[in-house]
Design a protein around this ligand. Structure first.
Ligand code: AMP
Length: 198
Protein backbone atom coordinates (compact mmCIF):
# COMPACT_ATOMS: atom_id res chain seq x y z
CA UNK A 1 0.00 0.00 0.00
CA UNK A 2 1.07 3.56 -0.60
CA UNK A 3 -1.12 6.26 0.95
CA UNK A 4 0.01 9.79 0.22
CA UNK A 5 -1.40 13.21 1.03
CA UNK A 6 -0.71 15.91 -1.55
CA UNK A 7 -0.58 19.02 0.55
CA UNK A 8 -0.33 22.69 -0.36
CA UNK A 9 -2.14 25.98 -0.70
CA UNK A 10 -4.94 26.35 -3.23
CA UNK A 11 -3.33 26.68 -6.67
CA UNK A 12 -0.14 24.85 -5.65
CA UNK A 13 -0.62 22.09 -8.26
CA UNK A 14 -2.10 19.29 -6.14
CA UNK A 15 -4.59 18.21 -8.80
CA UNK A 16 -2.05 18.24 -11.64
CA UNK A 17 0.54 16.25 -9.72
CA UNK A 18 -2.07 13.81 -8.35
CA UNK A 19 -3.05 12.82 -11.88
CA UNK A 20 0.52 11.79 -12.62
CA UNK A 21 1.03 9.94 -9.36
CA UNK A 22 -2.08 7.82 -9.78
CA UNK A 23 -1.06 7.07 -13.32
CA UNK A 24 2.45 5.90 -12.40
CA UNK A 25 1.62 4.00 -9.21
CA UNK A 26 -1.92 2.79 -9.95
CA UNK A 27 -3.27 4.63 -6.91
CA UNK A 28 -6.81 5.81 -6.26
CA UNK A 29 -7.30 9.57 -6.36
CA UNK A 30 -9.58 11.29 -3.87
CA UNK A 31 -9.97 15.03 -4.42
CA UNK A 32 -12.45 16.24 -1.82
CA UNK A 33 -12.94 19.46 -3.84
CA UNK A 34 -13.90 17.36 -6.91
CA UNK A 35 -16.27 15.22 -4.85
CA UNK A 36 -18.01 18.38 -3.60
CA UNK A 37 -18.11 20.05 -7.03
CA UNK A 38 -19.70 16.88 -8.43
CA UNK A 39 -22.45 17.11 -5.79
CA UNK A 40 -23.01 20.77 -6.68
CA UNK A 41 -23.26 19.88 -10.38
CA UNK A 42 -25.80 17.15 -9.65
CA UNK A 43 -27.82 19.48 -7.40
CA UNK A 44 -27.84 17.11 -4.38
CA UNK A 45 -28.66 18.25 -0.83
CA UNK A 46 -24.99 17.90 0.06
CA UNK A 47 -24.13 19.96 -3.03
CA UNK A 48 -26.34 22.80 -1.80
CA UNK A 49 -24.64 22.80 1.61
CA UNK A 50 -21.17 22.55 0.03
CA UNK A 51 -21.87 25.41 -2.36
CA UNK A 52 -22.72 27.78 0.49
CA UNK A 53 -19.21 27.26 1.93
CA UNK A 54 -17.19 26.91 -1.30
CA UNK A 55 -18.59 30.09 -2.85
CA UNK A 56 -17.37 32.04 0.22
CA UNK A 57 -13.97 30.32 0.22
CA UNK A 58 -14.73 28.68 3.58
CA UNK A 59 -14.12 25.08 4.58
CA UNK A 60 -16.94 22.55 4.82
CA UNK A 61 -17.35 21.65 8.55
CA UNK A 62 -15.02 18.87 9.71
CA UNK A 63 -17.65 16.35 10.82
CA UNK A 64 -19.43 16.51 7.46
CA UNK A 65 -16.20 16.39 5.45
CA UNK A 66 -14.91 13.41 7.45
CA UNK A 67 -18.17 11.48 6.87
CA UNK A 68 -17.91 12.16 3.14
CA UNK A 69 -14.33 10.91 3.04
CA UNK A 70 -15.17 7.77 5.03
CA UNK A 71 -17.96 7.05 2.56
CA UNK A 72 -15.73 7.46 -0.52
CA UNK A 73 -13.05 5.23 1.04
CA UNK A 74 -15.67 2.58 1.80
CA UNK A 75 -17.38 2.59 -1.59
CA UNK A 76 -14.56 3.27 -3.99
CA UNK A 77 -11.12 2.69 -2.52
CA UNK A 78 -11.53 -0.64 -0.73
CA UNK A 79 -9.68 -2.82 -3.25
CA UNK A 80 -7.04 -0.27 -4.32
CA UNK A 81 -3.28 -0.50 -3.76
CA UNK A 82 -3.24 2.92 -2.16
CA UNK A 83 -4.72 6.40 -2.23
CA UNK A 84 -3.60 9.91 -3.11
CA UNK A 85 -5.50 12.33 -0.88
CA UNK A 86 -5.77 15.67 -2.66
CA UNK A 87 -7.23 18.51 -0.60
CA UNK A 88 -7.71 16.44 2.55
CA UNK A 89 -6.85 16.91 5.38
CA UNK A 90 -7.24 20.70 5.64
CA UNK A 91 -7.45 20.94 9.46
CA UNK A 92 -5.86 19.20 12.44
CA UNK A 93 -9.14 17.36 13.34
CA UNK A 94 -9.28 16.08 9.74
CA UNK A 95 -5.68 14.82 10.05
CA UNK A 96 -6.59 12.99 13.28
CA UNK A 97 -9.64 11.50 11.56
CA UNK A 98 -7.59 10.37 8.58
CA UNK A 99 -5.27 8.49 10.92
CA UNK A 100 -8.29 6.71 12.45
CA UNK A 101 -9.93 5.96 9.09
CA UNK A 102 -6.74 4.37 7.76
CA UNK A 103 -6.06 2.51 11.01
CA UNK A 104 -9.51 0.93 11.00
CA UNK A 105 -8.73 -0.33 7.49
CA UNK A 106 -5.44 -1.83 8.68
CA UNK A 107 -3.24 0.71 6.94
CA UNK A 108 -1.43 3.99 7.56
CA UNK A 109 -0.44 7.25 5.93
CA UNK A 110 3.04 6.89 4.43
CA UNK A 111 3.96 10.40 3.34
CA UNK A 112 2.73 13.97 2.98
CA UNK A 113 4.06 15.73 -0.10
CA UNK A 114 3.94 19.51 0.44
CA UNK A 115 4.02 21.65 -2.70
CA UNK A 116 5.61 24.98 -1.80
CA UNK A 117 4.71 27.92 -4.05
CA UNK A 118 5.02 31.69 -3.39
CA UNK A 119 1.72 33.49 -2.81
CA UNK A 120 1.86 35.79 -5.90
CA UNK A 121 2.20 32.77 -8.12
CA UNK A 122 -0.71 31.00 -6.40
CA UNK A 123 -2.99 33.95 -7.10
CA UNK A 124 -1.87 34.18 -10.74
CA UNK A 125 -2.40 30.46 -11.30
CA UNK A 126 -5.89 30.48 -9.79
CA UNK A 127 -6.95 33.55 -11.80
CA UNK A 128 -5.74 31.80 -14.98
CA UNK A 129 -7.54 28.59 -14.03
CA UNK A 130 -10.72 30.62 -13.43
CA UNK A 131 -10.47 32.07 -16.95
CA UNK A 132 -9.73 28.71 -18.56
CA UNK A 133 -12.19 26.47 -16.71
CA UNK A 134 -14.83 28.84 -15.36
CA UNK A 135 -14.30 27.42 -11.85
CA UNK A 136 -16.58 29.59 -9.72
CA UNK A 137 -14.32 30.01 -6.66
CA UNK A 138 -11.32 31.12 -8.77
CA UNK A 139 -12.23 34.82 -8.55
CA UNK A 140 -10.09 37.36 -6.72
CA UNK A 141 -12.35 37.86 -3.67
CA UNK A 142 -12.84 34.15 -3.01
CA UNK A 143 -9.16 33.46 -3.71
CA UNK A 144 -8.20 35.94 -0.95
CA UNK A 145 -10.53 34.19 1.50
CA UNK A 146 -9.22 30.76 0.53
CA UNK A 147 -5.62 31.85 1.12
CA UNK A 148 -6.55 33.32 4.50
CA UNK A 149 -8.31 30.07 5.46
CA UNK A 150 -5.27 28.14 4.27
CA UNK A 151 -2.90 30.15 6.47
CA UNK A 152 -5.14 29.95 9.54
CA UNK A 153 -6.46 26.41 9.39
CA UNK A 154 -4.43 24.29 6.97
CA UNK A 155 -0.81 25.53 7.13
CA UNK A 156 -0.37 24.24 10.76
CA UNK A 157 -0.56 20.72 9.30
CA UNK A 158 2.92 21.23 7.95
CA UNK A 159 4.33 21.22 11.49
CA UNK A 160 1.98 18.45 12.51
CA UNK A 161 3.28 16.12 9.79
CA UNK A 162 6.89 17.29 10.19
CA UNK A 163 6.69 16.14 13.82
CA UNK A 164 5.37 12.79 12.63
CA UNK A 165 8.35 12.53 10.24
CA UNK A 166 6.02 12.36 7.23
CA UNK A 167 6.35 15.79 5.64
CA UNK A 168 8.27 15.97 2.36
CA UNK A 169 8.63 19.60 1.22
CA UNK A 170 8.87 20.02 -2.56
CA UNK A 171 9.51 23.21 -4.52
CA UNK A 172 6.27 23.65 -6.41
CA UNK A 173 7.57 26.07 -9.04
CA UNK A 174 9.24 25.19 -12.35
CA UNK A 175 7.97 22.78 -14.98
CA UNK A 176 5.26 20.23 -14.13
CA UNK A 177 7.72 17.53 -15.20
CA UNK A 178 10.55 18.74 -12.89
CA UNK A 179 8.21 19.00 -9.92
CA UNK A 180 6.89 15.51 -10.60
CA UNK A 181 10.42 14.05 -10.76
CA UNK A 182 11.22 15.64 -7.39
CA UNK A 183 8.04 14.20 -5.86
CA UNK A 184 8.71 10.68 -7.09
CA UNK A 185 12.37 10.75 -6.02
CA UNK A 186 11.46 12.09 -2.62
CA UNK A 187 8.71 9.48 -2.15
CA UNK A 188 11.10 6.74 -3.21
CA UNK A 189 13.72 7.90 -0.70
CA UNK A 190 11.22 8.27 2.15
CA UNK A 191 9.10 5.15 1.67
CA UNK A 192 11.27 2.83 -0.44
CA UNK A 193 8.31 2.47 -2.79
CA UNK A 194 9.69 1.51 -6.21
CA UNK A 195 8.97 3.51 -9.32
CA UNK A 196 6.74 1.66 -11.73
CA UNK A 197 8.70 0.22 -14.63
CA UNK A 198 7.43 1.79 -17.84
P1 AMP B 1 -10.10 22.29 -3.76
O1 AMP B 1 -10.64 21.78 -5.06
O2 AMP B 1 -9.32 21.25 -3.02
O3 AMP B 1 -9.36 23.59 -3.89
O4 AMP B 1 -11.38 22.60 -2.83
C1 AMP B 1 -12.33 23.59 -3.18
C2 AMP B 1 -13.19 23.94 -1.98
O5 AMP B 1 -13.88 22.79 -1.49
C3 AMP B 1 -12.43 24.47 -0.78
O6 AMP B 1 -12.18 25.86 -0.88
C4 AMP B 1 -13.40 24.14 0.37
O7 AMP B 1 -14.47 25.05 0.42
C5 AMP B 1 -13.95 22.79 -0.07
N1 AMP B 1 -13.12 21.66 0.45
C6 AMP B 1 -12.37 20.79 -0.28
N2 AMP B 1 -11.74 19.91 0.51
C7 AMP B 1 -12.09 20.23 1.78
C8 AMP B 1 -11.74 19.72 3.07
N3 AMP B 1 -10.88 18.69 3.20
N4 AMP B 1 -12.30 20.32 4.15
C9 AMP B 1 -13.17 21.33 4.05
N5 AMP B 1 -13.52 21.89 2.88
C10 AMP B 1 -12.99 21.36 1.74
Amino acid sequence: MLNVVLFGAPGSGKGTQSERLIDEFGLFHISTGEVLRDHIKRGTELGKIADSYISRGQLIPDDLMIRILDDVLEKEAADKVGVVFDGFPRTIPQAEALKELLLKRGTDLHAVVGLEVPEEELVERMLNRGKETGRADDNIDTIKNRLQVYHNQTAPLRDYYTKEGKYLGITGTGSVEEIYENIVNSLHKATGHPRKQK
